[in-house]
Design a protein around this ligand. Structure first.
Ligand SMILES: Cc1cc2nc3c(=O)[nH]c(=O)nc-3n(C[C@H](O)[C@H](O)[C@H](O)COP(=O)(O)O)c2cc1C
Length: 203
């Protein structure tokens, strides 16, 4: 029998150009919070963002031209909120362009509350909140940098916490997740299945 995968035609892509808009890939979408130089706060969406390994480090891709980058370089702290699907529009608005006095007026519609261990804010209604101290910034991935923090405080919403009494499938159904499908699409995940790990697999 012929392998159906062998039949597909592969298109050679030009690796001198960015590849990441040429196909869809699945990413999370988080809101990174920082303190602005005037004492106000900044919140910006990031999809190139995830835990850095099995210990409590969290990293995301940023660029030195963003306030998020300069705020973290100065204060050495940041926060992370995982928004829920019903917060999609507010999440997107946090990427609105700045106007007079370099302010992001759209942030006024984003309800926030103070972080406890670091100087910053978290976004109300998100299902997972992290407070991070800067571990390191690695510059030089083209125009981008990797910002990595050590998590010093974390809080999960009651309906999103994994506990023995609630099946994982029901948990995801009742507290759906927001996925960003780069480029420019999103999905609400409220259905999930157990991953078919091979027998005897070790982490
Ligand atoms: C859905 C979405 C995902 C984004 N992901 C990233 C990202 O992973 N890294 C990044 O540097 N900027 C990302 N951005 C762009 C920044 O959030 C945006 O430029 C923001 O206004 C920067 O704000 P700041 O100057 O206050 O840091 C994303 C924007 C959107 C709408």
């Amino acid at each position: 029998m012929q392998n159906p995968v062998a039949k597909q035609r592969l298109i050679e892509l030009d690796v001198s150009q960015p590849l990441w808009d040429r196909y869809f890939w699945v990413a999370p979408l988080v809101l990174v919070g920082t303190r602005e130089p005037d004492g106000g706060h900044d919140v910006a969406p990031k999809h190139m963002a995830m835990p850095m390994g099995w210990q409590n480090y969290f990293g995301f891709v940023c660029t030195p031209s963003h306030h998020t980058y300069s705020n973290i370089k100065r204060d050495a702290v940041f926060t992370v909120t995982y928004p829920r699907p019903d917060q999609l529009v507010l999440t997107s608005l946090a990427a609105s362009p700045r106007c007079g006095e370099d302010r992001k007026p759209a942030l006024s519609v984003l309800p926030v509350f103070p972080a406890e261990k670091v100087d910053g804010v978290l976004v109300e209604g998100g299902y997972m909140h992290l407070e991070c101290e800067l571990d390191r910034i690695i510059d030089g991935f083209g125009v981008n940098s990797l910002i990595v923090g050590r998590v010093v405080a974390a809080r999960v919403a009651e309906d999103a916490e994994r506990i023995d009494e609630i099946e994982d499938q029901a948990l995801v159904h009742n507290a759906p997740l927001l996925a960003y499908l780069h480029p420019g699409r999103f999905a609400t995940i409220d259905q999930s299945l157990s991953f078919p790990f091979p027998a005897g697999m070790k982490k």
